[in-house]
Design a protein around this ligand. Structure first.
Ligand code: NAP
Length: 503
């Protein structure tokens, strides 16, 4: 087999596509650079794939499907188990590369890889589970059961903010259930995604079962979403791109699973432990430089404690250290690229122009010393934000959060639910009644009590309501539903024709 990457000493890596069991350049041979957002250095070069490459990848996946679906599921599980073990041994190397390519601080990059390890073990075990049901029949001498059946070729389109974890949420459940895969990672993080594929190949995934190609989402995405041999599209990314994917898949009735944007909120009630709430807010708003789909970009606070919470939060936010994620002293890394940096700054300017919002700290591109070469934005707090303002409604995807004062619990819930998104929300309160009402009434796929908005685990469903998702979920048992069809099987051993609902 040809090699996945080539690299001269101290030179950026040159990665390839992986199609039908071979590492290949793009049709036409063009490549694009992937940059380190902390330094501006080139991390690697990846193929600019063409429609022809997508077609080859889909054909390879389609051809590999019959044998893979008939491979015993425990055998498929052994391959995923092996992948988990390789991920464990290569965790540090992958985490460092992830920080270099995506920017998040090293501890969080290790968490990204750990999530893939957790998902690999979890889904490997499904090789010996993937339970169906046996259900009593209304007729004598008749047996009924349900089994899961794979769909065929799954196209997985993933974002850059969790460049290893999110592919793992899609590829592992797809493979364990007997689907074959074409993975298209984000163009900002192709190199670390190629390493993830390399590990699965080393673990023994047969030729054609997992295919990988890099290049422009628009052109490649269109071919994947309209290709008659693609049975399902699993997408994580922005709501705008997701809506386009939805429209492209509709004519062929492809299954689509979509996890999209968020405008997540933390509710702080007057009886909350304020120091704990501040810990949760800082972690949720500024962890991963606010570039998590679950990042808290609205902090909804009861008026009585608004001044105290604001001053504690301000003191903490001002001390956050920006820097290269490989530096152990860094608390907030860069944002992904220059266009995202500009977008964040534009939102901050919009916020300043909007009626009554106060810029409490941050609000500038950080360009001191070595940081000038990277894409750094100061952790930014807005105070006195009103719920209808754009900075309280639209996803900024950067280290910016808005404090919104409210009268009481009921208003807090109303404000929290007043956006088009519904991914993650949390409430800080010592009142068990408020906690349970929040769990019931918040329109959100994830709800945390006395914790921030981030902290998902692979064994529970992950995803959101309203314009965050379309009802499917990644992770947990529910991701098995995304990647399989239920088949109901009936066996009549009465020896005569029995008619349900009639006899
Ligand atoms: P994005 O711009 O929507 O891109 C996501 C993926 O879609 C990339 O691989 C991209 O390729 C591809 N793509 C772009 N245009 C396409 C098209 N027309 N057709 C098909 N595919 C296309 O999102 P992003 O900037 O990478 O990620 C940030 C967004 O993801 C945020 O909105 C965040 O909230 C969301 N997110 C959601 C979750 C969740 O679980 N709800 C988790 C993580 C992130 P290129 O990179 O080549 O453009």
């Amino acid at each position: 087999m040809s090699q996945p990457m080539s690299q001269k000493k101290n030179q950026p890596e040159i990665i390839r596509n992986f199609i039908g069991g071979k590492w290949l350049p793009a049709d036409g041979g063009k490549t694009f650079p992937s940059y380190n957002p902390a330094t501006g250095e080139v991390v690697g070069h990846a193929p600019v794939s063409t429609v022809r490459d997508v077609e080859k990848a889909v054909e390879a996946a389609h051809a590999a499907f019959p044998a893979w679906r008939q491979t015993p599921a425990p055998k498929r599980g052994e391959i995923l188990f092996k992948a988990a073990e390789i991920l464990v041994t290569r965790k540090e190397e992958l985490a460092r590369l992830l920080t270099q390519e995506m920017g998040k601080v090293l501890a969080e990059a290790r968490g990204d890889i750990q999530e893939a390890i957790d998902m690999a073990y979890y889904m490997a075990a499904e090789g010996r589970r993937s339970f169906g049901q046996t259900v009593p029949s209304e007729l004598a001498n008749k047996f009924m059961m349900t089994v899961r059946s794979p769909l065929g070729v799954a196209a997985c389109i993933t974002p850059w903010n969790f460049p290893v974890a999110i592919p793992s949420w899609k590829v592992f459940p797809a493979l364990i259930l007997g689907n074959t895969v074409v993975l298209k990672p984000a163009s900002d993080t192709p190199v670390v995604a190629a390493k993830f594929v390399e590990i699965l190949v080393e673990a023994g995934v047969p030729a054609g079962v997992l295919n990988f190609l890099t290049g422009p989402g628009g052109a490649l995405g269109k071919t994947l979403c309209t290709h008659p041999k693609v049975a399902l599209v699993s997408f994580t990314g922005s709501t705008d791109v997701g809506k386009g994917i939805n429209a492209m898949c509709a004519p062929s009735l492809k299954r689509i699973s979509m996890e999209m944007g968020g405008k997540n909120a933390i509710l702080v009630m007057a009886d909350a432990d304020l120091d704990l709430a501040v810990d949760g807010i800082v972690w949720s708003a500024f962890g991963t430089s606010g570039q998590r789909c679950t990042a808290a970009s609205r902090i909804i606070v009861e008026r009585g404690i608004y001044p105290a919470l604001t001053s504690k939060l301000l003191a903490r936010t001002r001390k956050l250290r920006l820097g290269n994620g490989l530096d152990p002293k860094t608390e907030v890394g860069p944002v992904i690229n220059r266009s995202q940096l500009q977008k964040i700054h534009e939102y901050v300017q919009i916020g300043q122009k909007e009626d009554r919002a106060k810029l409490l700290c941050g609000g500038q591109i950080e360009a001191k010393g070595p940081l000038a070469k990277g894409c750094f934005y100061q952790p930014t707090l807005f105070g006195d934000v009103r719920p209808e303002m754009r900075i309280a409604q639209e996803e900024i995807f950067g280290p910016v959060t808005a404090l919104i004062p409210v009268r009481d619990f009921d208003e807090a819930i109303r404000v929290a639910n007043g956006t088009r998104y519904g991914l993650s929300m949390s409430i800080f309160s010592k009142d068990v009644n408020k906690a349970f009402r929040a769990m019931r009434d918040l329109e959100s796929g994830l709800v945390y009590v006395n914790a921030g908005t981030i902290g998902a685990e692979v064994q529970v469903p992950f995803g959101g309501m309203k314009e965050t998702g379309n009802g499917h979920r990644d992770a947990g048992q529910s991701s098995l539903d995304t990647f399989s069809e239920w088949k109901s099987l009936f066996v009549d051993f009465s020896g005569r024709l029995q008619r349900a609902q009639i006899d």
